[in-house]
Design a protein around this ligand. Structure first.
Ligand SMILES: *Cc1c(COP(=O)(O)O)cnc(C)c1O
Length: 427
């Protein structure tokens, strides 16, 4: 079957395919660079698995207390090696990214400490964790003060503001690597390194923590190599490779991980308990696939940027910018265009493709939000998904794709739906 016929039978007209093909042809050098990074990271992961003698037994889980869980303990060594930390906590009992970050913060801060965010306001879900919005059990309730250094107008670190935010009680400084749902830039590992050095020059005993969500395997190095003390992320994003059904990780200094383990389980029990249940095969295999899955998602994001820029839409990051995460924002300018884009992504999904996404009042958001996600793992944003709040500039946040051909299919379907909605005319 001709490839054009394959797209046609998916409901995508030949003009859309041809338009995308021309955009794709301009991206060869960028894709080559991404493939080289994936190759490098693939070797790192396999080498860590070889070094730590991952065996077939590691893939079987345990139940009950989980004492002597060789699969869990070995996987944590693999994560520590790949991400250049002294130790790691990688658990199905860490329920999501927010939980991993909250665990890292609560376990390494004490009453009377000041917690500083060096990269402006942190990810939305941390408002409750920190107590920016009053919430039961927040850091604020435990007597941890919060200070924030906003970023400069161009999205870079404001070193003067960071200096002013740090006081003699500052115990921990957070840097969020990815933009999350803001329209700022995502930081590179080198930029994070520069901020870490600055923070340490002001307060050498402050711990620097990185929210690494969405950043894993986008570069050939991770923030710990740039001097951060510890970092955390979600296994239903990049490092789970699309296979992990749940989970989070924290990697870094031994003492930071011990604090986290004692809080996740109990003082005295620490890392020794926590049955891995049936998660291990997916955790290992997902981590093995993560470098190429992340690369596929990244290529999809760049293709989307190149196509929609060509059609006159502002894209963040732009298609020729070096990128440091897998999220692509496209300002679609009208509610109709935002909805059509999301309908296209949903229609291209392997699961729930027949469902039409509708804007809804999502708890915690002030505007209606529309979301498209037909994923194997519920809510997994490493899988092809798109969402956005219904407010000006009607930006869609597009991310994921377990394979490049599927990411491409989703983008082309989104374009097809925009044409059908009368929002775009291909010349
Ligand atoms: C996704 C994300 C989180 C939170 O992760 P959840 O798994 O949704 O709780 C935190 N920070 C950033 C930058 C993220 O992208």
């Amino acid at each position: 079957m001709d490839i054009i016929d394959a797209y046609r039978s998916a409901g995508i007209r030949p003009e859309v395919y041809e338009y995308a093909k021309r955009a794709e042809q301009t991206l060869k050098d960028r894709f080559d660079l991404i493939d080289r990074i994936a190759e490098c990271n693939q070797l790192k992961v396999v080498n860590a698995m070889r070094k730590n003698r991952v065996s077939y037994d590691c893939l079987n889980g345990t139940s009950g207390y989980g004492y002597g869980d060789v699969g869990r303990d070995t996987l944590e060594k693999v994560y520590a090696d790949v991400f250049c930390g002294e130790d790691a906590l990688v658990r199905p009992q860490i329920t999501c990214g927010t939980h991993a970050i909250a665990l890292a913060l609560f376990s390494n801060l004490r009453p009377g400490d000041t917690f500083v965010s060096a990269a402006g306001k942190p990810y939305d879900t941390l408002d409750d964790v920190i107590g920016i919005r009053p919430c039961r059990g927040s850091l604020a309730e435990y007597g941890v003060k919060y200070r924030q250094a906003d970023l400069k107008a161009d999205g870079s670190f404001d070193f003067e503001a960071i200096r002013n935010a740090i006081d003699e009680n500052t115990r921990l400084v957070e840097i969020q690597r990815s933009k999350g749902y803001a329209t700022r830039k995502t930081f590179s590992v080198d930029e994070i390194g520069e901020a870490v050095r600055f923070i340490k020059s002001i307060k050498p005993d402050a711990l620097v923590f990185v929210d690494n969500c969405y950043g894993e395997f986008v570069e050939d190095k991770e923030p710990l190599l740039a001097g951060a003390d510890f970092m955390a992320g979600s296994l239903i994003k990049n490092p789970g490779g699309g296979l992990a059904p749940i989970g989070g990780y924290i990697v870094g200094k031994k003492e930071c991980i011990e604090n986290a383990a004692n809080r996740l389980t109990s003082p005295g029990l620490g890392k020794e308990v926590g049955a891995s249940l049936n998660a291990m095969r997916d955790f290992y295999q997902g981590f093995f696939l993560a470098p190429t899955v992340t690369a596929a998602a990244e290529k999809g994001a760049i293709l989307a940027a190149r196509i929609f820029e060509g059609l006159g839409y502002e894209c963040i990051p732009s298609s020729d910018e070096i990128r440091h995460d897998i999220i692509q924002a496209v300002k679609l300018r009208t509610p109709k265009a935002l909805c059509a884009f999301c309908e296209g992504i949903q229609a291209a999904s392997p699961v729930d493709s027949y469902v039409k996404p509708e804007p809804w009042d999502m708890p915690g958001y002030s505007d209606k939000v529309i979301m498209a996600a037909g994923t194997f793992v519920s809510g997994a944003s490493i899988e092809l998904s798109a969402d956005g709040p219904l407010r000006d500039p009607y930006a869609v946040y597009f991310q994921g794709g377990l394979t490049y051909p599927h990411a491409k299919m989703g983008i082309l379907m989104a374009l097809e739906y925009l044409i059908r909605a009368g929002e775009i005319i291909l010349k």
